[in-house]
Write a protein that binds this ligand. Structure first.
Ligand code: GAP
Length: 468
């Protein structure tokens, strides 16, 4: 008998093998490799019909919690391309890099902190020219000798306008946050928000990651959901402490198992160049505990630097105390892809039903790609098919509803279970006589007969009841 572990961090992942999720995603149309017909492009993934619904639902749920339900937070959608000086001022041109080594034989490149044997090194050791030899580190792919470490900047560049010259270089933003900082004055003046208040944004970010991988966990093109909360300097620490449990609770609110979430504070030597303090919300992925979201106290680093570099006055005037000061910033920085991936992994379960394996994505109904599937029991009966179509059309005015008649009913249920659809509505021969249909619940697998006119209300009521 094995003794149960007392370590709270010793938690099994929802899925032992990441391939289970990768193959489900491909098979059912959640995520495809980008440009697959040309052999794909490393670290870029495309969201299929189900994946785009899932990710849109995640982004909507985040926006609801962070903007719609908050009187003190407003939204923004800034451009991906910004004045190049933004990235000099923000410190990204000089500092946004990872120590990298190159194999002398196969020329593959690796992040030093991801080499087996180097995981616990501090930042200065990671860049120590003698570290590779001292620790006897070799190429993980072919065992070849490795170059000494050097810094590799993660920003992707392009040229703006028709001339590809140095003066035309612009960066694809590596974080959405800077679009918020440079708009601080515009948003504050037009929204007339008083401190403390926040600005939230969802959008693409790009990083030339040295070692991307683990499916959509680390990509070169991805989406962030970031919120910057502007506060009086003396209240930044309290605001930071307030946001931590709120952000963790958001994942739990939409179904992530609480024991698979934890906080991890950054050591001083691993803090990003802009951060005074940082705590990650981590999730127990199949490949270990990893960052899901970062909460950062950025102090006056960003607004202070932008004020100095641009010459603009980015101070806030507090009418209550008649003081002028640069607000401090508490940032909550989440990834839309990483969050969607987490909901997908955590929802996965296999169970045995009447001697057969049933795969279920127990996704929260608000997050699930389809809210309801309408299934005709007999596709050869035109009256049944037409009633099912009519029902789907009615439902589709309010929720994502899908019609499917491409298999026998048992198989149709299994398919919807596997993509997380919380409710199926079945139209059968009796429906034509008694005007009633069956609603089947994904999790309990119970079936309830209700009049056709009551289906929309029943689905909306169930959705409301599930809403956190
Ligand atoms: N503005 C602060 C910032 O960007 P970060 O911790 O570097 O902080 C925030 O990124 C979140 O963005 C991460 O917690 C993660 O969810 C997501 N993210 C970062 N890099 C990513 C990548 N290469 N692929 C997918 N998601 C990524």
């Amino acid at each position: 008998m094995t003794t149960p572990s007392l370590d709270p961090d010793d938690v099994a992942p929802a899925v032992a093998d990441l391939d289970t999720i990768v193959s489900l995603s491909k098979r059912r149309g959640f995520v495809f490799p980008s440009s697959e017909i040309y052999g794909g492009i490393n670290a870029v993934w495309d969201y299929g019909p189900l994946g785009v619904e899932l990710k849109n639902n995640v982004k909507r749920a985040w926006w609801k919690a962070m903007v719609q339900e908050r009187d003190d937070i407003v939204g923004l959608d800034a451009g991906i391309l910004m004045h190049p000086q933004v990235w000099v001022t923000s410190g990204h041109v000089a500092e946004f890099s990872d120590p990298m080594v190159e194999c002398q034989t196969d020329h593959k490149r690796f992040r030093v902190d991801e080499l087996p044997g180097a995981e616990d090194l501090g930042p200065s050791e990671l860049l120590d020219p003698g570290i590779i030899e001292r620790l006897g580190l070799r190429c993980p792919a072919d065992g070849g000798p490795l170059s000494p470490p050097r810094q590799f900047n993660l920003m992707l560049k392009t040229h703006l306008g028709p001339v590809e010259e140095a003066a035309a270089v612009v960066y694809l933003r590596p974080e959405t946050a800077q679009g918020i900082y440079v708009n601080f004055k515009n948003v504050q003046a037009t929204s007339r928000k008083k401190l403390p208040f926040g600005i939230a944004q969802v959008g693409k970010a790009f990083r030339n990651e040295i070692s991307p991988g683990n499916f959509v966990f680390r990509m070169r093109e991805f989406e962030q959901m970031e919120m910057q909360y502007f506060v009086r300097p003396d209240l930044a620490s309290a605001a930071f402490d307030d946001w931590l449990p709120r952000r963790r609770a958001w994942y739990e609110r939409y179904g992530v198992t609480p024991s698979r979430l934890r906080f991890r504070e950054h050591r001083p030597d691993e803090l990003a160049h802009y951060a005074k303090k940082a705590v990650d919300v981590e999730y127990r992925f199949p490949f270990g505990w990893k960052e899901l979201e970062g909460i950062h106290n950025r102090g006056d680093f960003d607004l202070g630097n932008h004020a100095r570099a641009s010459g603009e006055n980015l101070q806030y005037f507090d009418p209550a105390t008649e003081e002028h000061f640069i607000p401090w910033i508490v940032e909550t920085a989440a990834g839309a892809d990483r969050a969607a991936f987490t909901f997908l992994i955590d929802a996965y379960r296999e169970e045995e039903v009447r001697g057969e394996k049933r795969v279920v994505l127990g996704l929260h109904p608000v997050i699930a790609p389809y809210t309801v599937a309408v299934l005709p029991l007999l596709k050869k009966r035109p009256e049944i098919v037409s009633l099912a179509h009519r029902l789907r059309d009615d439902l589709a005015r309010h929720v994502m509803a899908v019609y499917d008649d491409t298999a026998a009913i048992g198989k149709l249920y299994r398919r919807q279970d596997e993509i997380g659809t919380p409710w199926c509505v079945t139209v059968d021969v009796e429906s034509l006589e008694d005007g009633a249909v069956t609603i089947r619940d994904r999790d309990a697998m119970t079936q309830e007969r209700i009049p056709v006119e009551g289906v929309l209300r029943a689905i909306l009521d169930r959705l409301d009841a599930a809403r956190p």
